[in-house]
Design a protein around this ligand. Structure first.
Ligand code: SF4
Ligand code: SF4
Length: 442
């Protein structure tokens, strides 16, 4: 029987074997830790500490009054060395709090553990989620307390757990499901407590049979009403719209949020953080990162304090075997090419991928041969070849009218194109062009 899936998509080599069997290693480095004040979608934080202050693990060092934002917490104990602009993992220059770690990791969180989350009102749970600094850990970094606060007229009927991890090379979610299924399921139960009418469905690609078995065993041991739904292996199965279509058969209207169709989509690590914050009083100060690629000496899954430099992460994985041609933050499909490895890991960093010149080879673009493969592959039902053409002509109004703003930048079109057209980059440029035109007319 064929497994549920979505329309379009591609089947790139998953290249996960480099780290799929590597257990999570805990890294406790010393030295400098850098905390960008914007690690989420929404308003950046302002520092709540000053140079010379001593900070503790879990202490708030940045916050904002805006609803769509999330506080930043220290991941080490130590002294605030500076508040200055630094380059971040995306290549942007942002305000950062810089802490010199003292190697003690002294705890200073103000979160309180709650043995029974059912004794808390949903609003109290959501308040703790905010104070714990939780954002979407799958990479979107949307503040989780906002996601858990849909408009009152929206009835949430499905909580879909994203365990797909469809991006090649990455295994941080897979290892979390294998090694820590209890807090993942616990976090889902908390969400089902907040939305008591919702069904909990954990969507995992069938290429992770051990994770599926661990989650099913945990669910049955707890007598949980939630279930695991294995689905076909196809990229980008983990994209929010693809998951919703796969699980419920519904398409989200352009520009609408999942709540419009009664859905919440939560990454497995986001659920882990929800459980840790509410049950154990542990805020977001660390994350698991797959450090991998064909020029990494010992590819690993490393759990490290946020603010640790990418260079330190690579050194912990044995360093480079040769000079990399490219280092990406994230996987090969949606990752961002890094300009420096002296930048900190942040809440949305799932992978560090270092590739040799042979693996990262660049192709020369040729003319479109109108084969239509990009149209078949596009999971959003767009016409990528058309979008590519109009962006190169700087016809941004035509790009917008052709649905270009719905592009999720998944990379399927570029991957499948025999003419090696840089279509995804053209779509990014098109979106930036539309936004610039909107700003100008405003
Ligand atoms: S046009 Fe956008 S959504 Fe469609 S395949 Fe290309 S990158 Fe993905
Ligand atoms: S896949 Fe490439 S060559 Fe084929 S239609 Fe699309 S842009 Fe043109």
């Amino acid at each position: 029987m064929s497994l549920p899936t979505f329309k379009g998509g591609i089947h790139p080599s998953d290249s996960k074997a480099l780290t799929s069997e590597k257990g999570i290693e805990i890294l406790r480095p010393s030295g400098e830790f850098v905390y960008p004040m914007s690690q989420h979608i929404g308003a950046p934080c302002s520092p709540t500490v000053k140079k010379g202050d001593r900070v503790l693990v879990g202490q708030k060092i940045g916050d904002a009054e805006a609803f769509v934002s999330a506080p930043i917490l220290a991941s080490v104990s130590g002294k605030v060395k500076d508040i200055a602009t630094r380059m971040t993992i995306s290549g942007a220059i942002e305000q950062c709090v810089i802490v010199e770690g003292d190697g003690e990791f002294e705890n200073g969180t103000t979160l309180v553990p709650h043995d029974d989350f059912r004794s808390l009102a949903p609003k109290e749970c959501i308040g703790i989620v905010r104070e714990a600094g939780i954002v979407g850990a799958g990479g979107a970094t949307f503040p989780t307390h906002v996601k858990l606060s849909p408009p009152p007229d929206k009835r949430i009927r499905w909580i879909i757990v994203n365990g797909a991890e469809c991006e090649p090379f990455l295994n941080c979610d897979n290892r979390l499901m294998l090694e820590h299924p209890e807090p993942v399921i616990g976090g889902l139960e908390i969400c089902m407590h907040i939305f008591p009418e919702a069904s909990g469905i954990i969507a995992v690609e069938r290429n992770k049979p051990e994770a599926i078995a661990r989650l099913e065993a945990e669910l049955s041991g707890r007598g949980s009403k939630a279930s695991v739904m294995p689905h076909a292996v196809k990229y980008p199965q983990g994209a929010e719209k693809m998951l919703i279509y796969t699980v419920t058969g519904q398409e989200i209207p352009p520009g609408a949020l999942p709540a419009e169709v009664g859905c919440l989509v939560m990454n497995v690590r986001t659920l882990y953080h929800i459980w840790q914050a509410i049950t154990n009083g542990v805020p977001v100060t660390e994350r698991i990162v797959s450090v991998t690629g064909d020029v990494i000496a010992e590819p690993k899954n490393i759990q490290a304090p946020l603010g640790t430099s990418v260079r330190t992460m690579i050194d912990a994985a044995g360093g480079f075997t040769e000079d990399p041609a490219k280092v990406l933050a994230g996987g090969p499909m949606m990752g961002i090419s890094m300009r420096s490895i002296d930048v900190p890991i942040v809440k949305g960093t799932s992978g560090i991928l270092a590739l040799s010149a042979a693996s990262a080879r660049k192709f020369t673009e040729t003319n479109c041969i109108r084969c239509g493969r990009c149209i078949t592959a596009c999971p959003m039902g767009l016409q990528p070849s058309l979008l590519d053409r109009v962006v190169r002509l700087r016809e941004y109004a035509e790009f917008e009218a052709s649905g270009g703003m719905n592009c999720i930048e998944c990379g399927c079109c570029s991957y499948i194109c025999p003419a090696r057209r840089h279509i995804t980059q053209a779509c990014r440029d098109g979106k930036a062009g539309v936004m610039a035109a909107r700003r100008k007319s405003a």
